[in-house]
Design a protein around this ligand. Structure first.
Ligand SMILES: NC(=O)c1ccc[n+]([C@@H]2O[C@H](COP(=O)([O-])OP(=O)(O)OC[C@H]3O[C@@H](n4cnc5c(N)ncnc54)[C@H](OP(=O)(O)O)[C@@H]3O)[C@@H](O)[C@H]2O)c1
Length: 268
């Protein structure tokens, strides 16, 4: 029996395991009914049954392969038509390991479809519904690799840099409409993504690896603090603010009518 005030439905992608399944548990504990999206119906139903038993909320399973346009459109349509949805957790994602030169390019293509195209289309659908209503939270799960393209597969980190960039732009656009947008940048977190991408979690130094419950609890605490960007392990938020200030300081010089002096040395 749910005794909490109903806070509307949260639609969570990639909810069959890992970070998404943990968001399902934590958002249900906060009084949200849930719509759970992923491909594996049996695992989604298991998460749904567990969450219902623990928190007594309504849970619906909406199976979809978000790399399939037809199936993605079904989820998008739900976000555009269901005014009871108050939170989107744009979490489903995949990673690849290895070098561009050796790439299985179709796998890269699927990753871009999932990490970039589906995230964008679902964010746009939620933005339209939430913006019209004047309330709602869009949580986009990026990665600290958005800030570290040299550390891992560049295409994966590129997709996550895209999610960060999109989120920051959405904050500017949607904040005035009453919609909160949060980018979450997890570091290494104990989930299946490592094995699924062909890597191994056991190769990571233990001091770099966060438990998934700690990661999601920190991300939700960041949301409660009103953070636009949450990096769960970053000790000092001032370090993030310094990076943003340095970026903004470049602003006035990024587009000028004349090339910089160092490029004029060989001019006629
Ligand atoms: N774990 C980390 O270290 C880490 C660090 C930084 C960022 N992240 C990001 O966090 C997010 C969640 O990752 P995770 O670590 O929880 O990974 P995970 O354990 O591998 O879970 C990924 C989730 O996405 C779903 N998914 C995968 N492909 C899909 C598709 N084509 N259509 C629909 N759903 C799909 C999976 O479910 P099905 O297989 O049932 O479809 C699963 O529910 C991702 O965006 C990831 O990039 C993770």
């Amino acid at each position: 029996m749910n005794t909490k005030a109903n806070k509307g439905r949260a639609l969570i992608t990639g909810a069959s395991t890992g970070i998404g399944a943990t968001y399902a548990d934590r958002l249900a504990a906060r009084g949200h009914d849930l719509v759970l999206v992923a491909r594996d119906v049996a695992r989604l139903e298991k998460v749904a049954a567990d969450v219902k038993a623990r928190h007594g909320v309504q849970v619906e399973v909406l199976p979809a392969d978000l790399t399939s346009k037809v199936e993605l459109l079904r989820v998008e349509q739900r976000l555009r038509s269901d005014d009871g949805i108050t939170v989107l957790v744009n979490n489903a994602g995949m990673a690849v390991q290895g070098k561009l030169i050796d790439a299985d390019i179709d796998r890269y293509d699927a990753m871009i479809q999932l990490n970039v195209v589906s995230v964008t289309r679902l964010a746009a659908a939620a933005a339209a519904t939430f913006g019209k209503r004047g309330s709602g939270d869009i949580i986009n799960v990026a990665s600290v690799l958005a800030l570290a393209p040299e550390m891992f597969n560049g295409t994966y980190s590129g997709t996550k840099a895209y999610v960060l960039n999109l989120s920051q732009s959405m904050q500017t656009e949607l904040g005035p409409l009453g919609v909160r947008v949060q980018a979450v940048l997890p570091g290494a977190t104990r989930t299946e993504i490592w094995e699924r991408s062909g890597g191994s979690i056991s190769q990571l130094p233990p001091e770099m690896l966060m438990e998934v419950e700690d990661m999601v609890d920190a991300a939700l605490a960041g949301l409660d603090l009103g953070e636009a960007v949450t990096i769960p392990s970053l000790p000092e938020i001032a370090d993030w603010n310094t990076l943003q200030a340095a970026r903004h300081a470049l602003g006035p010089n990024l587009s000028l009518s004349k090339p910089a002096a160092r490029y004029l040395r060989n001019a006629g």
